[in-house]
Design a protein around this ligand. Sequence first.
Ligand code: PEP
Ligand code: MN
Length: 366
Amino acid sequence: MELKLKPIELPGVEMKRPIVIAGPCSAETDEQVMNTARELAENGIKIFRAGIWKPRTRPGAFEGVGSAGLPWLQRVKQETGMYIAVEVATAQHVYEAIKFGVDIVWIGARTTANPFAVQEIADALRGSDMPVLVKNPVNPDLELWIGAFERLNRAGICRLGAIHRGFSVYDKSRFRNHPQWQIPIELRRRIPQLPIFTDPSHITGNSNLIQEVSQDAMDLNFDGLIIESHECPARAWSDASQQVTPAHLKIILNSLILRDHAIGDKSRVTLDELRAQIDKLDTQILESLAKRMNISKEIAKFKYDHNITVLQTRRYDEILKSRREKAEQFKLNPEFVIKVYEDIHEESVNTQTAVMKQLAEEQNKE
Ligand code: PEP
Ligand code: MN
């Protein structure tokens, strides 16, 4: 279905890239909320976030202060003039948020993955003009993400935005949630008018990487950033490692380079966006190569322990044959792919030989 979208537009907020939403992962106390909010407002932040109902992976962790936090957010609104945003996961959360004058709600990643929950939220929002931001589902499923926008849109909610917060992976890399940039890029291609916010806090899980991922998002021409900021990250009751102080946030935002793009024409992909996509893919290729070489080292140890030679010609022939077939399947030039694999194989053999030599030397010493 074609989405009927309206711009989010908040009086007094310039909808200029990057549109920034900032605030703590969780509202903890009245003071923590107010102190953080005041500092952020002084630094020019216009939209304040705070989780009050927290979906936690394991029970027993801090699950949010609940509705008790809503008056604190009302106070933020009254005293700083910032707009306030909270996460909702049930119809009851929606009713409470509306009652307390919340300006924006977002649907969390675990909730987006559940169509029943999204439908319940959409039904509860029916008849309101609430802007709703939808985080990507925890799993890399673009259709499920788009499905959530469709459910909200069918309930008459037109002021929609997407939050890209990365995707769960079993083997942790340097990111808490893998960005898989190709997914929000494809979302932009499919629904060009939908604003996309990047959430570098939940992508990285690490306050030292927020700047880098924020810049990546700007290079891809995404619209906004939602960043967790806490008056004292080390003492935060949730997501301590990824939160930044308001002062640190200011430094990050000031450092961002905003490259030109075709203003008002989001469907046009610019040269910078294409280059940023290439950069992302190259990083993935290099990460894969590094993983491959590490496995080669494991293999070398195995061969050493079992007295097997490094070079296994039959295996090499199989690799070349199957990679040639794959190349054809992916419409790549097979000659080019074979050349690349000859180099990779050579490097792998050299690495294995070096590992085996080292193991032999160590054994001789013993
Ligand atoms: C959050 O924004 O604090 C949150 C719980 O995020 P996510 O749904 O992306 O895990
Ligand atoms: Mn969080």
